[in-house]
Design a protein around this ligand. Sequence first.
Ligand SMILES: NC(=O)c1ccc[n+]([C@@H]2O[C@H](COP(=O)([O-])OP(=O)(O)OC[C@H]3O[C@@H](n4cnc5c(N)ncnc54)[C@H](OP(=O)(O)O)[C@@H]3O)[C@@H](O)[C@H]2O)c1
Length: 331
Amino acid sequence: MKAREIHLNEYLTGAPKPENYSLVETELAAPGDGEVLVKNLYISVDPYMRGRMSGIKTYIDPFKLGAAMEGGAVGEVVESKFDGLKPGDHVMSMLGWRDGYTARGDGLMKIDTTFLQPQAYLGIAGLTGLTAYVGIKRIIDLKEGETLWMSAGAGAVGSAGIQFAKAMGAKVIATAGGADKVEYCKSIGADAAVDYKATDDLTAAIREVAPQGIDAYFENVGGTHFTAAMENLKQYGRVAACGMIQRYNDTAQASIPDNLVYMVGKSLKLQGFIVSDHLDIQPEFVKDLTEWMMAGKINPAETIVEGLENAPNAFAGLFKGENKGKMLVKI
Ligand SMILES: NC(=O)c1ccc[n+]([C@@H]2O[C@H](COP(=O)([O-])OP(=O)(O)OC[C@H]3O[C@@H](n4cnc5c(N)ncnc54)[C@H](OP(=O)(O)O)[C@@H]3O)[C@@H](O)[C@H]2O)c1
């Protein structure tokens, strides 16, 4: 079977461009013993992939040049020589950025699509949702009645986080870029939302919607957002540092915010995290998510770009705010 895959041509600095990638035709081998042939249905594009394009080892290896890139994907089994999977089954893999693949069946995760669409496993019911849950539940330990600021509130992690925090009985304020995203954050439960692009004083804009201050900040953006959070956090406030997307395409080193000194005076607690270090919380997440979904409290939002060839554009779109909810590519 013929298939296409996307290769990274070179390691990059600055914003990703179309010439950084190649779309390569390949022939998928028929499955051998213990293998399956899978057609991808949806692939995930995520901000962390930008780090893998820099050629520097962080908590994860860089992408290999001249080879199919990796990333979350859900697909359908077409042919199987593996006992645990049959044609028509849905599986999740890290073999994204390609139309399909032949791989060992025991390296794939079978997913149950009785109640959820397959792509939900790349979004709210997958690592995206788990990231929001870990940040709110484990890192921040959000309590009922507390006020949480969710940054990048209209994005994948942000929109999941707003809904989870509301389901936990918190007050949620969100920030997002643009009036329609502000309305979107409110439509999924945010008590107030601020268009950070429409203000040159984010500290004051947050104070206006949370005059008593915030108990917790979910950091997805960095830069001026972080500075404004330091100003608005109450005594004993907590910060979950999940990501700082504002910096991912930067070519120069950032300076440390002057007001970091509030960490001391307000006895703030800041903890970064990588979701894969917290997989033990998965059963608790599934239990809570199922309960919230059954109660109609969750709306799994997605932005879908069609066609593997458009995956680089979808990825670049994350840095231009082109998504509401999870950015996915439909194959
Ligand atoms: N720690 C972990 O394990 C983990 C796991 C998953 C994700 N993350 C992090 O969580 C954050 C959100 O990820 P996601 O997958 O949910 O992506 P996302 O929020 O769905 O998409 C990225 C959003 O970030 C905002 N953005 C992009 N460039 C920006 C800039 N220069 N300044 C301010 N905002 C900018 C845009 O929203 P606006 O239009 O509102 O600006 C964009 O829609 C990222 O920082 C990511 O690295 C961390």
